[in-house]
Design a protein around this ligand. Sequence first.
Ligand SMILES: Nc1ncnc2c1ncn2[C@@H]1O[C@H](COP(=O)(O)OP(=O)(O)OP(=O)(O)O)[C@@H](O)[C@H]1O
Length: 316
Amino acid sequence: MIEVDTLSRRYGELMAVDQVSFTTGRNEVVGLLGHNGAGKTTIMKMLSGYLEPSAGRITVDGTVLADHARQLQRKLGYLPENLPVYPEMLVADYLEYAATLKGIPRAERHLALREVIAATGLGARALDPIQQLSRGLKQRVGVAQAILGQPRLLILDEPTNGLDPEQTGEMRQLLRRLAQRATIILSTHIMQEVDAVCDRVLVLAGGRLVLDEPLQSLRQSRSLLLRTGLEEPELATWLRRLPQVAAVHEESASANCRSWTLQLHPRSDLDTAANNIASCVTGAGAALYQLQPLVRDLDSIFREATMQQGGSELEH
Ligand SMILES: Nc1ncnc2c1ncn2[C@@H]1O[C@H](COP(=O)(O)OP(=O)(O)OP(=O)(O)O)[C@@H](O)[C@H]1O
């Protein structure tokens, strides 16, 4: 869908985006993460064709964005960081204006408006001036204009910024619905957002891409948690001899059980390792109470990825 090839953007002396490359698949939800000033908005502006890269290339469905910006802009939906809504306009009037700007033919506009108003739950407020809406509803107007014309690509800069928890939940549900028919690239500071809606995570630090991984594989560590009975005091020695096990750390022991973390070798197969560990425990005559992969939390993944740049924790 999108291919970003060694994309860079300078503001004077500052390299805001530095040789970033990634590709996205169809209907993928990609979370762009990073501290303030990491370069997220700058990338989103370039992806939406509103800012020219200093170097590098963006291709959308095989078409080079720089060569066909107007044509591609009509096919994508963009929610900028600062909502582009005009406070004095009625919601419906603003959306009709946005539909005109997007080049949706007059005959199709009415249906297009009805569709986005229904999708964003704005039906009861369609004839209200935008300035009378809450922050959350204004944000929905922003999303409504972005999804006009059913774009296959949505670029959303902090779509839940400033929303209360209930509005945030509603927005995430909307994003999940939209993801059924569009590729979404969204920027956020919020780890729960990534967890709730993203398939893939890109982490930026100081304008550079420092991590690009599917959420599922990112969370899965190469470690297993093991809890057994006390029957075999030398069990750790047996476990260390398994070809898949790189290290064994005893976490705790109580009156009736012991817990370990087993670190696996990078290329070992998880299922084979689990099967061998289970056989080793039971073969040694110890009771097996628990064996499961350790799930890494996203905060520590983010911290590790941005550590070089002096990162701090993200919001929840
Ligand atoms: N128009 C501009 N002129 C000069 N510097 C800019 C301009 N826009 C952004 N920058 C700088 O470029 C860097 C990246 O900014 P950008 O807005 O892309 O970061 P961000 O990751 O979106 O940050 P935030 O999370 O705060 O929105 C920052 O250092 C910022 O100060």
